[in-house]
Design a protein around this ligand. Sequence first.
Ligand SMILES: Nc1nc2c(ncn2[C@@H]2O[C@H](COP(=O)(O)OP(=O)(O)OP(=O)(O)O)[C@@H](O)[C@H]2O)c(=O)[nH]1
Ligand SMILES: [Mg+2]
Length: 574
Amino acid sequence: MPRLLSEQAEKIITAERLLLLRLHTLLAGLEGEAADLQRVQDSMAQLDQLFLLVVVGEFNSGKSALINALLGEPVLQEGVTPTTASVHLLRYGNKQQQEQGKDNIVYVSYPAEWLHHINIVDTPGTNAVLRRHQKITEQFVPRSDLVLFITSVDRPFTESERQFLSLIREWGKKVILVLNKIDLLRDETELDEVITFVRREAQRTLGLELEVFPVSVRMAHVEEVDLPPWQQGRFQALRDHLLRRLDERQRLQLKLSTPLGVGRRFLDKYAVLLQEQQALLRSDQVALQEIDQHLTAYEVEMRRDFVYHLSHVQKVLYQMADRGDRFFDEYVRLTRFIDLLNSEKVRGAFQREVMADMAAQVDRQVSDLIDWLVEKDYQQWQAIMSFTNEQVNRYQDRVIGSLPERFTMNRRQLLDSIGEAARRSIEAYDKDAEARKLADAIQMSLAQTALVEVGAIGLGALLVKILVATLADVTGIVAASVLATAGLYLIPARRRKAKRELHQQISQLEEELSQALQDAFERELSNSLQRIRSAVTPYELFVKQETKRLQTQGKELSALQEETQSLEEKVHAL
Ligand SMILES: Nc1nc2c(ncn2[C@@H]2O[C@H](COP(=O)(O)OP(=O)(O)OP(=O)(O)O)[C@@H](O)[C@H]2O)c(=O)[nH]1
Ligand SMILES: [Mg+2]
């Protein structure tokens, strides 16, 4: 039977080592605190060490005195002021001696048989003016396999004791509560009262059913038979419990629970951190989706508005066509035959009445369109900039200093770089230069399709140039000389032809101009979208990568939680 037990125990120990190793890897990946990583490593090493019974409590509660009473000799120093200044670890030795370890622990050897199975630790008292004492003890708590918590009847269950007990609980420790100095009480009623109080408070504030041992360490060695109960030391019960009833199996269970308690505490702690990072990344994903939707909507809206802006330009040309109709109706008639003889005059009138201020109007409409395009692009960058600011601020509101450095730094840098790209674009934005560039591009492409030489004449003037070159034919159709040779009865037919030709010319021009504008617009829009998207891309990648990392780590964390649970059950079943 003992052989079976130890085999199973061996298996559990191996599993615990593996668990701690995986936990260590996980915490390192999560950029866990150095102290936490160290603690996990210590837990691994401590699996090989002897059972550790750790005595804690407020200063002056009688911790050192209690250990002395167990030993039957005043090995440790006692005193009415804060006395024990460093951790004292009592272990078996052939003779009594004391040495200062490198780890700030004082190692005390003593030849008591039971020290073969248990090491017992005296700690500096808590709640003393000497804050350092409390720190030392707090740091030692995770190592303990069983905690003996000593409070005394003259100040039972203080607030600071409650806090300290809850810290011990966080490490998953089993606690035995000792209520010392019962010799200070007047009668049994007072004793019952104080025990009930301590039990109730532990239950109420910590939800703990604690085993309570009322004792008087001072009376530990006084013959008890003739004394009333509250004046008896009752020490024997505690001694029995610790040295005899705490048998090998129980000690093993407690010992094997220690690393699981440590593991559980870190798993809980880092699960919260993981969740915070996940929440933050989710907010980033949402923001990135919003940007994407925003850009898609922007594209749709731009296309729609472009049609509207383009129609203004087209309208200028349609109006010119209408004026042309009226012109031919008025001029190409028999009564104006004399006027038609002067073709220079006809051309002059045509320019004045039909072309009119078309050039200026086209220039104005196109420049409106360009301004709109440039302004919209600019607005997009501003929207992106305010998005990044928002995300940066959201991060600042959420967590201050608790998230891993690399994660927060990278995230911050990437957000900043989007903001920076937006800022640079906005600052370097020379709307006039952008507009000029666009206007030139439109002119160039129009000139190319119409096979006209361009100088720096402006778009409207270019249109006039194109029209004048082709309209010579149109006015030529209605010139008197032509009409004379062809026969005057042809006037109405010529009028119709002139109109038709003019419409054709104008609609061809309109098509070419629209195409040039459309091309320029598409080019600008896709450049603008691409610039914004590529500024956001590195951040998008980061969010994707980190989300994946968190998923993997989250899975490992859950797996370790399950493994801890299963080992706890196995330890319990030992
Ligand atoms: N009346 C009474 N006094 C006791 C009892 N046990 C210890 N004392 C006294 O309480 C004082 C403190 O005892 P220590 O053992 O030094 O207390 P401690 O908890 O180790 O204190 P620190 O080392 O300062 O944390 C000493 O004067 C002891 O003699 C007891 O059962 N009854
Ligand atoms: Mg002491």
